[in-house]
Design a protein around this ligand. Structure first.
Ligand SMILES: [Zn+2]
Length: 344
């Protein structure tokens, strides 16, 4: 990974590149940002450039060290791993993989770099153990802690690390990545990029996740037909959504960014935002559900502004009810009825 391959994060990239070229780097960094925000990519670009034999304003990607870094086989870039099946990064892991290892000089590079993913999983003991290394590191050691929540660190750790916060990436840049690197077609790139709200990792996961398209198809079908649904059809739909939600909960996939219901509600919101936007502008350019523009136009003509606002309001009530564990079927039925009443 090189800095050039990372989109967005310009401030962080400049700071880290300057640290390498000036030789004026810190011995400890925290890269903080939500899942998918690109912390690991940034850490790997930084580590690769630090170890590069001929760095200019980025790693050369040609030298022996770069080749090792790119294939994650650089002996002096250490990915700290937690024990199998353990949720926490224990004090033993920190001692074994960092504290007791750091005094051994780099094998073949200038630096010895430790990357700790999900570092907020270090319990207090583990944090205290790593603190000593952060306080008095050997000249060649650099520790990079990646976290979704830097507030989980002891103040003593925070005060000794350079904190870099990941930024959200603009929709246009995400769209071009999806089109250029993942062969997404235009409307798909638009949809996914808007849905991901600045999170590149989430956008890529969605663009390559076939179940997202299934949820999208379900939402599109529901939004189109809700106005004409009979009571029995609504009951069937509620049942189908419940089954889908149950099976999603059962196959809890840690790589997935959000559950089925969150995706559904987000997509329903985007659909009605399209309707609202078209109603206000009579313009298709900003529309996400472009393939369904015929239905969006029709709903925009038939629905009032007040009705559309009621639907948006009903969606946020649905989220609140689900969070408060109100009966699932009842909650979904109320939502579908709200869509039905306002799109008749
Ligand atoms: Zn190189």
């Amino acid at each position: 990974m090189s800095f050039a391959e990372i989109i967005g994060q310009e401030d962080a990239k400049n700071l880290l590149k300057n640290a390498v070229t000036s030789g004026n780097h810190s011995h400890a960094y925290i890269f903080s940002g939500e899942k998918g925000s690109g912390k690991m990519m940034l850490a790997e670009a930084f580590a690769t450039m630090l170890q590069c034999e001929n760095p200019t304003d980025d790693a050369c990607l040609q030298c022996h060290s770069c080749k090792q870094s790119l294939s994650r086989n650089n002996p002096d870039i250490i990915y700290v791993k937690r024990e199998d099946g353990k949720a926490n990064i224990s004090v033993d892991v920190v001692r074994e993989q960092i504290v007791n290892d750091v005094d051994i000089k780099p094998y073949s590079n200038k630096y010895k770099i430790y990357i700790v993913d999900e570092a907020e999983r270090m319990n207090q003991q583990a944090q205290n153990a790593i603190l000593k290394t952060i306080e008095e590191p050997p000249e060649y050691a650099i520790i990079i802690l990646l976290t979704a929540n830097h507030n989980a660190f002891l103040q003593t750790i925070l005060s000794r690390c350079v904190l870099i916060q990941m930024k959200s990436v603009d929709t246009e840049s995400i769209k071009s990545i999806l089109k250029n690197r993942y062969d997404a077609v235009d409307y798909q790139a638009n949809m996914v990029a808007s849905f991901a709200q600045g999170n590149v990792g989430k956008a890529i996961a969605l663009a390559t996740d076939s179940s997202f398209n299934d949820v999208k198809s379900r939402v599109v079908a529901l939004c189109k037909k809700a106005g004409k649904m009979e009571e029995a059809q609504i009951a069937d739909e509620v049942k189908a959504i419940k089954e889908e939600n149950d099976s999603d909960k059962k196959n809890d996939n840690p790589d997935k960014f959000e559950g089925f219901m969150d995706q559904m509600l987000d997509l329903i919101t985007l659909w009605f935002k399209d309707v609202l936007l078209y109603k206000a502008t009579l313009n298709d350019n900003l529309m996400l559900f472009k393939e369904d523009s015929f239905d969006i136009h029709e709903q925009a003509n038939n629905c009032s502004y007040a009705g559309l606002n009621e639907i948006i309001e009903a969606i946020s009530q649905t989220r609140a009810r689900l969070n408060a564990n109100v009966n699932f079927e009842l909650t979904i039925m109320l939502l579908i009825n709200a869509i039905k009443e306002n799109t008749k």
